[in-house]
Design a protein around this ligand. Structure first.
Ligand code: ZN
Length: 378
């Protein structure tokens, strides 16, 4: 995720990053809380209570996300980290190989922790008068009361059954258990998430029409949450469909139609231009059976290539050597292949038994994956 975050810290073995938009959340929540507390307290007291309340909102959100992360790690999944955002938190994890039961447990634990927080703050609010001296009982009880409601609403909202909310994941896991079809379960939960997003936008417009300009902020909050949900649902579906395509496939499956290699001692002027055009973006250049490098089609036929490469130039002079290009084995899985592109490279070498047998560009891989997708997922 490309966001501006404060430097990360590790908590319970999980990397926690705080997006700068959390400052907006703290400001908004602090402002709203000040309004609530101002009715019964002096400004300084109300501001202090609001500040404590806003920090507790962030901390309870963190507890919710840590619940997901710790449960996921306990179940053997790899957790990348937690990012706290304006709209709550995101726990990034690798879900390959997880079962429906794992998914259910990881999704449900977040709202469960929010409910526990709600109950804890509710108890504190109820019994603050018996537990604390009179001076503190009022403010502590009130802050605890607001936090109790906040966490209850957070748990309830998160349990709404639409992806990417926790409720959507719970729904997906249950449908997966029932139907045995993971991708179908996900599509239904994503559809539910999109319906929920549209509902939120309609609610926002209704609030604006009914309440007039004074309701602008609430209306905007509804509409923005709706847009956020629709977009996140679509992203989730794209990721899952990609994963379904990649699952169980290897690099060799993408090399179904490797372009015929070009000979190193061939001259640019003798090239069969049609053949080069029909081939891929990237042509391998061989001397006998050894791969000496790659040459991109655009470098051979693109604009300006005639001026750059005289007809008598040898392909071995044009070919870019592959020494510092990342390599993957023919038998590696496709996740490894995609990870190999992290960094500045847009080419990877394909290796068999230590010998380079070919190369693929990012664009070729994207096209090959699109082809796999069209041919149907397993
Ligand atoms: Zn959650």
């Amino acid at each position: 995720m490309q966001t501006r975050t404060l430097p990360g810290r590790r908590l319970a073995g999980v990397e926690v990053r705080i997006d700068l938009s959390v400052l907006v959340l703290v400001a908004l929540v602090g402002w709203a809380f000040t309004g609530i507390f101002r009715a019964d307290h002096e400004l300084v007291v109300a501001l202090t209570m609001a500040a404590v309340g806003a920090v507790l909102v962030v901390l309870t959100t963190l507890a919710h996300e840590l619940g997901h992360a710790v449960e996921a790690r306990y179940r053997g999944m790899e957790v990348e980290g937690i990012t706290l955002l304006l709209f709550g938190g995101v726990t990034e994890m690798h879900v390959e190989g997880q079962s429906a039961r794992d998914e259910l447990a990881v999704a449900a634990v977040g709202p469960w922790i929010s409910l526990v927080c709600a109950a804890g703050f509710g108890l504190l609010a109820t019994f603050a008068g018996d537990l604390l001296p009179a001076v503190l009982a009022g403010p502590v009880g009130q802050v605890a009361g607001v936090l109790g409601w906040w966490n209850l609403i957070l748990a309830a909202f998160n349990l709404v059954p639409g992806a990417p909310l926790d409720g959507g994941r719970v729904l997906r896991a249950l449908l997966w258990m029932l139907t045995g079809d993971r991708l179908r379960a996900l599509r239904i939960s994503v559809r539910a998430g999109q319906v929920l997003g549209v509902t939120l936008i309609v609610l926002g417009v209704t609030v604006l029409v009914r309440g007039g300009p004074r309701a602008t902020l609430v209306a905007a909050a509804f509409a923005l949450s709706g847009i956020f949900l629709i977009r996140a649902a679509a992203t989730e579906l794209r990721h899952a469909e990609l994963n379904a395509v990649l699952e169980g496939r290897r690099v060799i499956d993408l090399l179904a139609l490797p372009p015929a290699p070009l000979a190193a001692d061939q001259r640019v002027g003798e090239l069969d231009r049609d053949r080069v055009t029909r081939g891929g973006d990237l042509h391998t250049v061989h001397r006998d059976t050894d791969l000496v490098g790659v040459v991109e089609r655009d470098a051979l036929l693109g604009e300006g290539s005639a001026a750059r490469w005289p007809p008598e130039a040898l392909l071995s002079e044009l070919a870019e050597p592959l020494d510092d290009v990342p390599a993957v084995e023919l038998t590696d899985d496709l996740h490894t292949l995609i990870d190999a592109f992290q960094g500045a490279h847009n080419v990877v070498r394909i290796v068999r038994d230590g010998r380079t047998v070919g190369a693929l560009t990012e664009r070729e891989i994207a096209r090959a994956i699109a082809r796999l997708r069209r041919d149907g997922t397993r």
